[in-house]
Ligand binder design. Structure first.
Ligand SMILES: [Zn+2]
Length: 45
């Protein structure tokens, strides 16, 4: 992961990582950010 990763990069990094490995869960803060995005995406439908 880049040192100064954007939130976007961090989220996608953790998503990819979770699929390949369960060594560390996504931090709650990132998880919340992801949930917010999912909620927004649903609202657009
Ligand atoms: Zn891992």
């Amino acid at each position: 992961m880049p040192k100064h990763a954007t939130l976007e990069q961090r989220i996608s990094w953790h998503l990819a990582h979770q699929e390949n490995c369960g060594c560390r869960p996504m931090p709650q803060k990132l998880q919340m950010e992801l949930n917010k995005r999912n909620a927004k995406a649903e609202a657009h439908e």
